[in-house]
Design a binder for this molecule. Structure first.
Ligand code: F6R
Length: 241
């Protein structure tokens, strides 16, 4: 595991973008696993700027997103599809046909999970997976649990996650109660993982994730077992180690 400490959020975003940019440059056909949330926003901005300067080409890149709320349409401004379209895809030359986000509207959740896991498999797996970190140690929507989930599945969101995400909705009642997420097993099969963490409020959980016991109660702690993880944390998030 490589841990890169950045002085602030802007430097974190540049350093994380460096990792993704080198992946895209070295392997222009690669499969990128992408995340939503506030932490990767600066990284996506950096990538857009580098694309606009002519330094990056996404035309042959394929993408798979970590997760999506169950029940939200692509048009809903809180769906992760909408987020990805607005914050990255529409600003770069990725082919929309090559982007994948779980379909929140599929009524048969098992069918959707099997379909999504099948897409990742048919693409030959994920070359680089970008992850943010939840305050309870979640990655994707893999909440603290008794076991690590092997594959894409439908989850009931933890109250802490509903509370953390309600800022994006008109009220807490509007936050969906379920979501689709890649499993921990799906994520761990990625060839390389890039974890981005920002802010003092993540300092304790980041310390637990990197140096605490490996347990499904802290889902991201499993990353200690992955052979190629890069953590980019700003000074505040890295303040407890
Ligand atoms: C997003 C995702 C979540 C977030 C996590 C951190 O696709 O899967 O696990 O990465 O909740 O979110 P932020 O970056 O908003 O603190």
């Amino acid at each position: 595991m490589r841990i890169i400490k950045a002085s602030d959020y802007n430097e974190l975003s540049r350093k994380a973008a460096n990792v993704i940019a080198s992946q895209v440059t070295m392997n222009p056909d690669c499969v990128l696993g992408l995340a939503t949330g506030s932490t990767p926003l600066g990284t996506y901005k950096e990538l857009i700027e580098r694309y606009e300067k002519g330094d990056l080409d996404f035309s042959r890149i394929k993408s798979v997103n970590l997760d999506e709320y169950r029940g939200l349409t692509k048009e809903s401004d809180q769906s992760y599809y909408y987020f990805m379209h607005n914050n990255l895809f529409k600003h770069i030359n990725i082919d929309p046909e090559n982007t994948n986000v779980p379909d929140g509207t599929q009524p048969d959740s098992q069918k959707e999970c099997t379909r999504y896991e099948g897409i990742i498999h048919s693409l030959g797996g994920i070359d680089l997976q970008l992850l943010g970190l939840g305050h309870n140690g979640h990655i994707g929507f893999n909440e603290p649990d008794q076991a690590f989930a092997p594959v894409t599945h439908c989850v009931d969101l933890a109250q802490s996650t509903i509370d953390a995400n309600k800022r994006f909705f008109a009220s807490a009642d509007e936050v969906p109660r379920q979501a689709y997420t890649m499993g921990i097993g799906t994520i761990m099969k990625a060839s390389r993982i890039l974890l981005v963490v920002s802010g003092e409020d993540k300092a304790q959980i980041l310390r637990d994730v990197l140096f605490g016991p490996i347990t499904p109660q802290v889902p991201a702690s499993v990353l200690q077992l992955h052979k190629d993880v890069i953590v980019v944390a700003d000074k505040a998030a890295a303040s407890k180690f």
